[in-house]
Design a protein around this ligand. Structure first.
Ligand SMILES: Cc1cc2nc3c(=O)[nH]c(=O)nc-3n(C[C@H](O)[C@H](O)[C@H](O)COP(=O)(O)OP(=O)(O)OC[C@H]3O[C@@H](n4cnc5c(N)ncnc54)[C@H](O)[C@@H]3O)c2cc1C
Length: 536
């Protein structure tokens, strides 16, 4: 089929979500993916003989429950289980924090009675604001449009709807909301808590995928962004997709194919065809042309506009802004095959804490230093790491008795100072990451029998994540909501007729949510119906 209604660039989970909704509504859909696998950054692969793991994204919470239900993802094989404990933070002095249902308060109280009282209010505050955010996730943010007309009218109604969500909030919550959008997580946490580990628990979320100090203004929003998810109806909880994150993409692909969508892997897009100011299809790397009424892009917007569309076809000011789109994640990702489970000095032996997200970054000061170090040196010599051992919840990933672990390391510069290449430094940083875990869990290094390394450069080359940006663009106020990816284009429509954004570069941003794909499908369908009203 080289002529279709919609061609979608990229079979990331958002492209697949968009495809499934559009196909379900009766449109002919073709998804073209450059890699030989689908799912984008949510993918499971064998990285060492007999050992499989989620290659990039590794833990699930943000995936929207409406999308799971609408697309019958459970029937298409998706099973998400909760961790038995949420987070485990060991400290070098042997103390630790272990959170999760029925555990958090007692564990915090062992560190600080004051914090045990405060954490209840703070979690409630965060949860109340996360609830507000949830109401915005599956709706296009108000879009700024010039002039009058149907589009302006539609946006005025949208703005009214958004305003009424906010108007319903008590004044105190509005103040919290403003704080969480503008302030630094570090400042807010220092004001409330005294224990380093408690601050680090929240502070870690503020620097995940955010190449910044936890004391950078705006980092509180990144913390909030990681709080709007849920697992099996439990808000704010993180879990594991059996089979790894690839199970999400596979289930979405199943839903899309069930309704007739065609998904082709190993089929990269070289160029978007533009005819008379309208996106009219794509040309693939092998020269094949796919013509379509609508083109939806699931790739990083800067990649789309600076590499896949001719500059002459784009408004000059639009392109200039897109060239300045900020990709800034600074993450270094590894998978390791383990002969045995690690044993932590702070809590030796097996236990539920080994199912948790294990955060090695025991204070905000440590995280702040890590960022400063990375700015100067390219990476932090004392890295902040989240370690997750999904094989403690899922026996499909490793041979019996053996395990796999994801290592997600923050604060590795998107590009290295002094012109050095990540290709020359990746092994050295990988050794450092393993040695760092070994300090908390002696013997860990010896148990590593295979490893996969993804530097920021590898993430860019492998997945098209420019600068290794895990969110397709930093989650800063100037790149969020009505400004994602740009004021005037928050309605999933690009600057060319027939061109749409369905990936994480659109609202509500990165994470395995499915939301940009869902929202873009709604807009494409509405434009399609308007175009063909009276023609059917
Ligand atoms: C290391 C890492 C860890 C993460 N951890 C988590 C986590 O634990 N939990 C979580 O919720 N989120 C996590 N994230 C974020 C989350 O994975 C992403 O935000 C999300 O998966 C992006 O989905 P997407 O569909 O928008 O885009 P992508 O998954 O980036 O999909 C885009 C697709 O487009 C394809 N493509 C690129 N160029 C072309 C082209 N020219 N032609 C055709 N196809 C093309 C790519 O190959 C890719 O498959 C992580 C991301 C990374 C990188």
């Amino acid at each position: 089929m080289n002529e279709t209604d919609v061609v979608i660039i990229g079979a990331g989970h958002n492209g697949l979500t968009c495809a499934a909704y559009l196909a379900r509504a009766g449109l002919r859909v073709k998804v073209v993916e450059r890699r030989n696998a689908l799912g984008g950054a949510a993918v499971t692969e064998e990285f060492h003989p007999g050992f499989r793991n989620s290659v990039a994204a590794y833990t699930v919470s943000l995936l929207n429950p409406k999308i799971i239900a609408d697309l019958n993802l459970a029937e298409h094989g998706l099973k998400i289980v909760e961790r038995r404990a949420q987070n485990f933070l060991p400290a070098p002095d042997g103390s630790y924090l272990l959170t999760g249902e029925g555990r958090t308060l007692a564990s915090v109280a062992r560190l600080s009675e004051h914090d045990a009282e405060t954490i209840v209010d703070f979690s409630r505050e965060l949860e109340a604001i996360a609830d507000v955010l949830r109401q915005f996730v599956l709706r296009a943010p108000p879009n700024l449009v010039a002039g009058f007309g149907t589009r302006a009218l539609r946006e005025a109604f949208n703005a009214l709807g958004s305003a009424s969500i906010l108007r319903g909030l008590p004044l105190a919550r509005k103040r919290d909301l403003l704080d969480l959008f503008t302030r630094s997580a570090g400042e807010m946490l220092d004001e409330r808590f005294e224990s380093d580990l408690v601050k680090a628990l929240f502070g870690f979320d503020a620097i995940v995928g955010n190449y910044a100090s936890p004391y950078a203004p705006g980092s509180a929003y990144v913390m909030l962004h990681h709080a709007f998810g849920e697992v099996n109806g439990k808000k704010g909880v993180w879990g594991h997709a059996i089979g790894g994150m690839g199970a999400i993409g596979q289930a979405m692909a199943g839903a899309a194919r069930e309704h007739g969508a065609e998904i082709v892997v190993g089929s990269g897009v070289r160029e978007v065809i533009v005819e008379q100011g309208r996106a009219a299809g794509v040309i693939l790397d092998d020269g094949t042309t796919v013509r379509a009424k609508y083109v939806a892009s699931g790739v990083n917007p800067k990649l789309l506009y600076t590499r896949l569309i001719s500059a002459q076809a784009l408004p000059e000011e639009f392109l200039a802004r897109m060239q300045r789109w900020r990709n800034a994640s600074g993450t270094f990702r590894m998978n390791v095959a383990l002969s045995t489970l690690p044993s932590f000095d702070a809590l030796p032996g097996d236990g539920d804490h080994l199912t948790a997200g294990i955060i090695l970054g025991p204070s905000l000061g440590y995280m702040d230093r890590a960022w400063h170090d990375a700015r100067q040196h390219g990476w932090s010599r004392e890295p902040v790491i989240e370690l997750l051992i999904p094989s403690t919840l899922d026996d499909t990933l490793a041979p019996a008795g053996a395990h796999v672990a994801s290592l997600f390391c923050q604060h590795a510069a998107p590009s290295l100072p002094d012109g050095r290449s990540w290709d020359d430094c990746r092994e050295e940083v990988a050794d450092l990451v393993i040695a760092t875990v070994d300090k908390y869990a002696p013997g860990f290094a010896r148990s590593v029998i295979g490893r996969q390394i993804l530097s920021p450069l590898d993430l860019e080359r492998e997945f098209g994540l420019l600068g290794g940006d895990i969110f397709h663009g930093a989650l800063t106020l100037n790149q969020l909501f009505s400004a994602r990816p740009m004021l005037g284009h928050a309605d999933y429509r690009g600057p060319l007729k027939g061109l749409y954004h369905c990936g994480s570069g659109a609202h509500p941003g990165g994470g395995v949510t499915g939301a940009p794909g869902h929202n873009a499908a709604r807009v494409i369908l509405s434009d399609h119906r308007a175009l063909f009203a009276g023609h059917d």
